[in-house]
Design a protein around this ligand. Structure first.
Ligand SMILES: [Zn+2]
Length: 176
């Protein structure tokens, strides 16, 4: 007997799993994203603590100057450049967080725009359509639904064939 019911059920289950996974990703329940988000937030906190330390150091140098032991301005310049680089790193990490949250960056002015924006909130430039949205548009959902319906139809046909074969076998026995 040619029973490929199990195969059919397996591919049906696979389609359902893919559908569920796409749904979970759409809802933003991606474990990897959550971990990355956590890590970025921790690093930002560490960088901000380091910036506070450097600010305190600058304050101490300026106060020392005030009380008669002037610090070389090159020392202060060096710390200021270091603080600049720390702020740049914070900005970079915050940008990655915004990307994770689906924010889009204006090609003209680089402003962060909410995922649903079509035009830049700051300069009005048209924003490029997001690939992520294209991946999970209604067309994809319809395709998956059609595939599931096709599989169900095939399973039904196979079941009918099996029933016929069983009937023939039983009737054959009766006739003997
Ligand atoms: Zn813009």
């Amino acid at each position: 007997m040619k029973i490929n019911l199990i195969d059919q059920m397996q591919s049906l289950a696979k389609s359902a799993t893919q559908l569920a996974k796409a749904g979970a990703e759409r809802m933003g329940f991606n474990a990897e994203d959550a971990m990355l988000r956590n890590k970025l937030q921790r690093t930002i906190k560490e960088l901000e603590d380091e910036i506070d330390l450097q600010f305190a150091e600058i304050g101490a140098l300026i106060y020392a100057t005030h009380t008669g032991t002037p610090a070389p301005s090159s020392d202060i310049q060096e710390i200021l450049s270091y603080v600049d680089s720390l702020f740049e790193q914070v900005e970079g990490h915050e940008r990655q967080l915004q990307i994770l949250d689906g924010f889009q960056f204006c090609p003209a002015c680089d402003s962060a725009n909410a995922p649903q924006n079509t035009f830049c909130k700051d300069c009005g430039t048209k924003l490029a359509p997001q690939l992520e949205d294209a991946d999970i548009d209604d067309g994809t959902v319809v395709t998956i639904k059609e595939t599931v319906e096709e599989i169900i139809e095939e399973v039904k046909e196979t079941a009918c064939e099996v029933k016929e074969e069983v009937c023939e076998a039983l009737c054959g026995e009766d006739n003997q």
